[in-house]
Design a protein around this ligand. Structure first.
Ligand SMILES: O=C(O)[C@H](O)[C@@H](O)[C@H](O)[C@H](O)COP(=O)(O)O
Length: 246
């Protein structure tokens, strides 16, 4: 059984702002403890709304952003200028942090289809990048916070039920994604679960059945959201509409 800390907020906006406030605190705590923060962010409407909420949060000025590394849980394997790119959708955050010391070299985007021949090559490149930034003997940095949105089918990152998965560490290519666009790069569940804290961030009534299914039993293949867990904490930060069946 995974011990999960569940917090329920009124609506999407208040959930996004709560995630942002908690993220700012967590980043400051990580920097205070280790001099650096490694954060994995996510695409999806709530994931991006949370990043925009960080940009809007006055407390962002309390963070030494030059010590923060941003990673991605998944990315769409499309051209780098496509509006489908998660890293482009997060640009409002990075633009706000540029003037607060953010080093764009620590915004580690996953590869795009105009940069790599295949999603497989982009996944290999990201796996190598994770290893480069990792402590000796590890496959990736110790992520302080790893955020994951969840689809109505209980997918997290680009790990879809009964679809591509891997027992490897690092990133993998995903094809025929049930959620468009079809080709993606995703962290594996094994890498996701190396994070100190994993935050499942979910909003909307359409997610209520999947969230209930994820709370019943751990089944990584059929219910990916059920299997995510941090080494120190697993948080579900959700809105009321998504929590009605819990
Ligand atoms: O690249 C992606 O599509 C996301 O990483 C994906 O995992 C997303 O987080 C969920 O599908 C939830 O998305 P919504 O919040 O928009 O429902």
């Amino acid at each position: 059984m995974i011990a999960r800390q569940i917090t329920i907020h009124d609506d999407v906006a208040s959930t996004a702002h709560a995630i942002a406030a908690r993220l700012i605190t967590s980043i400051n705590d990580a920097i205070a403890a280790r001099g650096v923060a490694h954060v994995v962010v996510t695409g999806g409407s709530l994931g991006i709304a949370a990043l925009v909420a960080v940009a809007e949060n006055p407390a962002k000025t309390s963070v030494n952003w030059s010590q923060v590394h941003f990673w991605w849980g998944d990315e769409r394997f499309v051209d780098s200028d496509s509006a489908d790119r998660n890293v482009l959708q997060a640009e409002p955050l990075f633009a706000a942090l540029d003037e607060l010391g953010l080093d764009r070299g620590t915004v580690h985007a996953m590869g795009a289809s105009d940069q790599y021949e295949s999603a497989e090559q982009a996944a290999v490149a990201y796996t190598q990048l994770l290893a480069q930034e990792a402590p000796e003997g590890s496959a990736s940095p110790v992520f302080d916070v790893l955020m994951l949105g969840m689809g109505p089918d209980s997918h997290v990152a680009s790990l879809f039920p009964n679809h591509t998965r891997s027992d490897e560490l690092g990133a993998i290519a995903v094809h025929d994604s049930p959620k468009p666009p079809p080709h993606r790069v995703s962290l594996t569940m094994g890498t996701i679960n190396t994070a100190r804290e994993v935050w499942l961030i979910v909003a909307g009534a359409d997610k209520a059945p999947a969230l209930a299914a994820a709370s019943h039993e751990i089944n990584e293949v059929a219910v990916p959201a059920s299997a995510v867990r941090g080494t120190q904490a697993t948080r579900w930060i959700v809105d009321r509409a998504a929590s009605t069946l819990l």
